[in-house]
Design a protein around this ligand. Sequence first.
Ligand SMILES: Nc1ncnc2c1ncn2[C@@H]1O[C@H](COP(=O)(O)OP(=O)(O)OP(=O)(O)O)[C@@H](O)[C@H]1O
Length: 378
Amino acid sequence: MIAIEDVSKRYADGTVAVDRLSLQIPNHSITVLVGPSGCGKTTTLRMINRMIEPSSGTIRVNGEDILRKPVNALRQSMGYVIQNAGLFQHRTILDNIATVPRLLGWSKQRARARAAELMERVGLDPAMARRYPYQLSGGQQQRVGVARALAADPPILLMDEPFSAVDPVVRRGLQEELLRIQGELGKAIVFVTHDMDEAITIGDRVAVLRTGGKLAQFAAPDELLSAPADAFVEEFLGGDRGIRGLSFLSTRDLALDRSRVFPVGSDWQQLAGESAGAGPVLVTDADAKPLGWADLTVWAGDVQALEPHGQAFEVGKDSLRVALDRAVLSPTGQAVAVDGAGRVLGLAGQETVAAAIRAARQRRAADSEGVSTVKAAR
Ligand SMILES: Nc1ncnc2c1ncn2[C@@H]1O[C@H](COP(=O)(O)OP(=O)(O)OP(=O)(O)O)[C@@H](O)[C@H]1O
């Protein structure tokens, strides 16, 4: 646990970068500091590893005032990743990653073995070990930066806009990779960004700072989206926060319609008679996997003539946002719900999703703990 207690930073020229900030940053979680340019994010991060000294207030790590700890020991317990990775250009990738273990006195062999292990962990091809930073893409360099910060297995990882310099697709990949690594390692990660989408994607908790280094709100992403503390936070979240908030609602309790799903080999003539006018049905194969939509008033049983069923969503794994998106894109207005093996569980139309949203809101209102959240597959 990192406890920032009533911390301020006033620079020599009088600029107040951070103003009486208090934040509890738990272990085994990602805490994101987000806010407009100049709101004091980097200053806050650097006060944690004592690259900047606070003007007043206290920072404790697991109860111990960081000023009481030798600065080298403090920094060894904290990996640090910056924008553009900040790699040593004259060292190979392997030696860049092995830097801190070598400083800690590990043998070259052990440090390099550890570096090779970390390359694998961050998804870097071992063939890159002997290359130099300039021979890597921006995204690959950022992976090296993360691997280097993790090399001595510090319990804390400080990350200052680590993915800002790469394009959106690579950035998304790096965010997913960070979440995967965090799932395995469970560090206390403090992550600075000015991008609210990034904050919401990766943060367990998000601290929104306003200019002048004042805390505007500190909350879990779903709480931030559903209940911004004030107009500043609301504006910073952007116009579509309602839709984005659906990313945190599970599809587990959707009331799926199973009445319009039939396997191949069904008696189509009889079904056409029974359900005339009720709209298209979903035809599945013998394994319950979706084949496509059929309008029984005209379809003659030819699987090739089925209308494509579009992308399905996985119940319990995908969020209501994904389910709504699939329903909107479906030619029939019905999203196909499947299990982990891709077998059809039923159908969900936009109204079904809307009912689930209302139910979730009611549950949220009744239970201040909030509704089930999903972290994956937003
Ligand atoms: N050494 C310094 N001397 C004086 N003022 C400084 C110094 N370093 C930063 N500042 C000021 O302190 C404020 C906070 O800076 P900081 O770098 O912490 O902001 P930030 O939120 O990380 O910004 P960005 O998103 O642009 O990186 C800014 O107004 C900045 O100009």
